[in-house]
Design a protein around this ligand. Structure first.
Ligand code: ADP
Length: 481
């Protein structure tokens, strides 16, 4: 199959979150299965210095946005053996920011239009017909809208899939965006309360309405978003597409996240030669300024400091953790200032028990995944979650709230790989940590639990097979057998 994967960020070229990891890894996994997957992304100014081996421009064009026409040039580079098309649209991407600008609607309308031009070029000049177009998150949600309406005749052969990585970020703008996009009104929805907001231009809603298949990043999240609790005001719309909605778990890059070869950690190890993990733990304890104590449980967390991640629960559990246990805690994350301050003050008050690093640091993240005994993810919601998968790979036992992808990947019990709780209340988190600490003291049971997680396969390969099955389903939806 010829698959074009459209994303606003692709690791390692540019990354703000999990979407980039998926966009960098999944197309490569699809290629390993024999499909011709290619990637299209914006050519942000920040990437200028780092992208080497650039070909092009392979084509140039003008894109409409409202009354203006903006210039675009398309370049090509490679990620391994996967072609990546970079859309150089100065009006949209010749600036330092990635998202969060007032004109994001205009920028990503232009990006979508640019992708349509790319597909025409690939088909008419290079003889490469896109068979499946996979849009991701709100930035590329308009693709299926264009293809199913104005470009239905031109692109009627293309099956569209729209993947939701986080329903909370929808790309909501005023009705003026209709004019910028040139689209029709058939996708206006009410997603905010209050006067003047009745009808909004909602990028994500249009992806959900027009795509042949809608997917999200775990089976549990695919169910949860049909409810008002998790539906972010789009649950009604999602229920209308329930028969075309599927959840497929993310994988992680097993070459990069490999304790056997990881260059960032104090000692390498594997499930069959685990000794190095104790060296990693001792090194992390030293780095944190904690007493070096193999028998004291070391808990870790690597996360955006966002409300979603359950940090308020951990905050409420801290008095118990510090007063009633001998656990140590290391937290790496950036985000909301009130959360940064709350946890920084624990670190100041208990420097030999709590260490907090308020920055983005990929190498330290690896040292935490390797050096800790257990990894905390008490999320309020979690579409897929990568942290628990990395932790499992490094033999660090996850303690999670059973929501979204955490519910699908972490089990507790006789054949479990971690600890889980259900209700979003601090006492349940406390109880789950307590069960984990009891298990940690069980010198026979703990290595078995840890090894079970390490032996699991959360690589991209099996997920990529499920994506292929979904793409085939999308093609059947438009009449290809
Ligand atoms: P989300 O996409 O909601 O942020 P995920 O668990 O899916 O959450 O992915 C987060 C990824 O980003 C993980 O690989 C995690 O290790 C990494 N990460 C988050 N915060 C930091 C940080 N401050 N430093 C290094 N890596 C981080």
């Amino acid at each position: 199959m010829n698959i074009l994967f459209a994303a606003a960020e692709v690791a390692p070229l540019i990354k703000t979150g999990g979407l980039a990891d998926v966009a960098g890894a999944l197309p490569q996994a699809l290629r390993r299965l024999g499909h011709d997957a290619r990637i299209v992304m914006p050519f942000y100014r920040r990437m200028r210095g780092s992208v080497t081996a650039l070909t092009g421009p392979i084509t140039a064009s003008f894109l409409p946005a409202g009354e203006r026409q903006e210039q675009m040039r398309i370049f090509k580079t490679m990620l391994g053996d996967t072609p990546i098309y970079l859309l150089d649209i100065p009006a949209a991407f010749e600036r330092d920011s990635i998202y969060g600008d007032d004109d994001d609607d205009r920028r990503f309308c232009l990006f979508a239009r640019g992708i349509l031009v790319l597909m025409l070029h690939l088909r008419d000049v290079e003889g490469w017909q896109t068979e499946v177009l996979n849009g991701n998150d709100w930035h590329t949600a308009l693709l299926s809208n264009y293809i199913k309406t104005f470009y239905a005749y031109t692109f009627g052969q293309i099956a569209t899939v729209y993947t939701i990585h986080n329903l909370a970020y929808q790309g909501i703008f005023s009705p003026f965006t209709l004019y910028l996009s040139g689209l029709n009104e058939g996708g206006m929805v009410e997603t905010s309360a209050g006067p003047g907001f009745e009808q909004q231009f909602n990028f994500m809603a249009r992806g959900i309405i027009y795509a042949d298949i809608v997917s999200t990043v775990s089976p549990t999240y695919a169910q949860e978003i049909l409810s008002t609790e998790y539906g972010e005001r789009l649950d009604g719309l999602l229920r209308t597409r329930q028969d075309h909605l599927v959840g497929i778990l993310n994988g992680i890059d097993y070459e990069f996240f490999n304790p056997q070869t990881d260059p960032y950690i104090a000692a390498n190890y594997s499930v069959d030669a685990i000794a190095g993990k104790a060296i990693c733990k001792a090194a992390l304890q030293r780095e944190c300024g904690f007493p070096e104590a193999p028998d004291r449980p070391l808990l870790g967390m690597v996360t955006r400091l966002a409300e979603q991640k359950g940090l308020d629960l951990l905050d409420q559990a801290m008095a118990w953790l510090l007063g009633q246990t001998d656990a140590q805690l290391v937290l790496l994350g950036t985000g909301q200032p009130y959360l940064e301050q709350a946890f920084a003050s624990y670190a100041r008050a208990y420097p030999d028990r709590v260490n907090v690093q308020l920055r983005f640091d990929a190498a330290l993240a690896q040292r935490i995944y390797a050096g800790c005994d257990a990894f905390l993810m008490p999320s309020r919601y979690e579409p897929g979650g990568l942290g628990q998968l990395i932790a499992l790979r490094y033999g660090t036992v996850p303690i999670v709230r059973a929501t979204g992808g955490l519910n699908d990947t972490v089990r507790e019990g006789w054949d479990g790989n971690g600890f889980r709780f259900h209700s979003y209340i601090a006492q349940e988190l406390i109880d789950a940590i307590a069960r984990c600490l009891t298990s940690f003291r069980d010198l026979t049971g703990w290595p078995i639990l840890r090894a079970r997680g390490m032996r699991e396969d959360h690589s991209w390969e099996s997920s990529a097979r499920e994506y292929v099955a979904m793409y085939e389903w999308a093609r059947r939806e438009i009449g290809h057998s």
